[in-house]
Design a protein around this ligand. Structure first.
Ligand code: ZN
Length: 443
C-alpha cells in the first residue's frame, strides 16, 4: 500500500537541510520511497493525503526518559529532599511490573501526542516498557537499570544482569525495540560493577549502554573522594567510555572531561528542563558539540522534567546555551531541531534508520498544523518549531509507515484508560505520603 503525503512543507533535516514547499512524500510499507517538490507523481491505488500546507518533518527523538515514572509527575515539586523523603520509599513499596506498565503507557500516549517517535528509556521491569513500546508502535531503546540502592526489581547485581539477559533475549531481533543495559550512574553502580558491564558490553557490542553521567556535584565529590579523579575518568578507566555509551545529563564537566568523552566518541543526552528545575547547573552543550560529540535532547522522567515532548525542552536548551555564551548567537534554532531529530538519532545509533526524511529511511514522521495565530507570520520554520510551536500542534504521527496518531486520534493506545490507571496509582502514593509526613512530623 502506497501513501502519498501531498501539499506539505517538508523539512527533511538531511545533511543540506533541504526543504520541499509545497512538497510530497511517498511511503511504501515501512519506508520512504520518494520525495520532491510540487505536485506528486500519479500512483495507481495510492492513498493520497493532502496536508494543506502543514509541516511534515522527522519524528522527534527523546534521547533520555524514564517512562514508568510519569506516575510521579509533579509529586512534592519543591521539596528539596523529596528523593529520600518520598521517591525512594515510594519506589521500593509500589514500583511493580504493573506500575511500570501503567506509567509507561501514559508516557507513550503523551509522547505520541507530542511528536516523539523514538525514545531511549531506562528504568526497572524494563520488559514491561518494551511491551508497551511494541504495542504503542514507538521506536525505542529500552534499558534495564542496574543500581546498588535496593531498586525494586533486583536485590543483587547478579539478579540485575539476569534481567538484562532476559530483555536482550526477548528483544534482540525486534524491528522497533532495541534492548539496552543501563548502569544507573557511576556512584550507584561502583567501579567494579562498571568493569563487569564493560566486559559484558564487549561481548554484546550491538547492545547500547545508557548511564547518568556527571549529573551532580555529589557525584563529582564521590569520584574525587573514592577514586581521586573525575567521574568521567572513573568511567573511562572502568572501560565504559565507548561509542555505544549514551551518557545522560553531563553537567559537571571540565575541559579535560570533554576531551576524554570526545576521544572516546561517546554520545550525550542533555536534559535541560530536568536539570534547570533541580538547580543542578547548565550542561556545556555548545562546548561538547564543538568537540565533535553528538548531543541529543532528553525529557528525563516526568518526575524531573514533567513533560515528555521535546517542544518543552527547546526553550531551556536554547536559553541555557545563550546565557552561557552571553549572546543571542549560540545554538541557533535550526541546531536545536537537528538535536531533536537527526543528531538525537545519531546519539542512539539509529541515524541510518530514522531522524531525517530521506528515500530509503524508515517512515518516522510527524505533521504539524500551522493554523494557530501564535505561529504566524513565519520567517523561519526552525524558529517557529523551537519558540512558538506546542505539542498540541502535532496532528499526525507515523513510525515505520504505521500511523500512531491521525487528526489527534491515537491509533494504538487508549488515552482515557491510560489516565484512569495512572490516577489510581497516584491515589495510593498520596495515602503513603500522608503516612510518611505523619511519621516525620507527628502531631
Ligand atoms: Zn534520568
Amino acid at each position: 500500500m502506497t501513501i502519498l503525503l501531498t501539499n506539505a512543507w517538508v523539512l527533511t533535516l538531511d545533511d543540506t537541510l533541504s526543504e520541499h514547499n509545497p512538497g510530497w512524500v511517498q511511503i511504501d510499507g515501512s519506508t520512504i520511497t520518494g520525495m520532491g517538490s510540487g505536485p506528486p507523481p500519479s500512483i495507481a491505488g495510492a492513498e493520497i493525503i493532502d496536508c494543506g500546507g502543514d509541516i511534515v518533518m522527522p519524528g522527534m527523538v527523546n534521547t533520555h526518559c524514564h517512562m514508568g515514572m510519569s506516575v510521579f509527575r509533579g509529586l512534592a515539586e519543591d521539596v528539596d529532599d523529596r528523593l529520600y523523603r518520598y521517591i525512594l520509599p515510594l519506589e521500593r513499596k509500589f514500583v511493580t511490573a504493573e506500575m511500570v506498565r501503567i506509567g509507561s503507557t501514559l508516557s507513550a500516549v503523551e509522547m505520541i501526542q507530542g511528536g516523539v517517535t523514538t525514545v531511549a528509556d531506562m528504568y526497572y521491569f524494563e520488559t514491561e516498557v518494551a511491551e508497551v513500546c511494541d504495542r504503542a508502535g514507538l521506536r525505542a531503546i529500552v534499558g534495564q537499570t542496574l543500581a546498588d540502592f535496593d531498586p525494586p526489581d533486583h536485590k543483587t547485581f547478579n539478579q540485575g544482569f539476569a534481567l538484562v539477559e532476559d530483555l536482550v533475549d526477548r528483544y534482540r531481533d525486534h524491528p522497533l525495540v532495541t534492548p539496552s543495559i543501563a548502569p544507573h550512574a557511576p556512584y550507584s553502580t561502583g567501579r567494579a560493577v562498571m568493569e563487569r558491564i564493560a566486559d559484558w558490553s564487549l561481548a554484546n557490542p550491538d547492545v547500547p549502554v545508557q548511564m547518568h553521567l556527571a549529573e551532580s556535584t555529589l557525584e563529582v565529590e564521590w569520584a574525587r573522594k573514592t577514586h581521586g579523579q573525575s567521574t568521567v575518568a572513573v568511567t573511562r578507566d572502568a572501560g565504559l567510555l565507548k561509542p555505544n555509551l549514551i551518557a545522560a545529563h553531563c553537567l559537571q564537566l571540565d575541559d579535560a572531561d570533554i576531551t576524554m568523552m570526545s576521544e572516546a566518541q561517546i554520545c550525550v543526552a542533555t536534559n535541560p528542563r530536568s536539570n534547570g528545575k533541580a538547580g543542578r547547573g547548565i550542561s556545556p552543550v555548545e562546548k561538547m558539540r564543538n568537540a565533535g560529540l553528538p548531543v541529543g535532547i532528553g525529557s528525563d522522567g516526568a518526575m524531573s522534567g514533567n513533560t515528555l515532548d521535546l517542544f518543552s525542552q527547546f526553550a531551556p536548551v536554547s536559553m541555557f546555551a545563550k546565557l552561557l555564551g552571553g549572546s543571542r548567537k549560540p545554538l541557533p534554532a535550526v541546531e536545536v531541531v537537528r538535536m531533536a531529530t537527526i543528531e538525537g538519532a545519531r546519539v542512539l545509533s539509529l541515524n541510518l534508520k530514522t531522524g531525517s526524511l530521506e528515500v530509503g529511511k524508515q517512515a518516522d514522521l510527524i505533521r504539524i498544523n500551522l493554523a494557530a495565530p501564535r505561529l504566524h507570520p513565519i520567517y523561519d520554520p526552525y524558529s517557529l518549531l523551537v519558540f512558538a510551536a506546542m505539542p498540541s500542534d502535532v496532528t499526525h504521527s507515523m513510525v515505520a509507515g504505521r500511523w500512531l496518531m491521525r487528526n489527534r486520534q491515537l491509533e494504538t493506545l487508549d488515552p482515557v484508560g491510560a489516565v484512569r490507571d495512572a490516577v489510581q496509582i497516584a491515589n495510593s502514593f498520596k495515602a503513603e505520603m500522608r503516612r510518611i509526613d505523619e511519621s516525620h512530623d507527628p502531631a
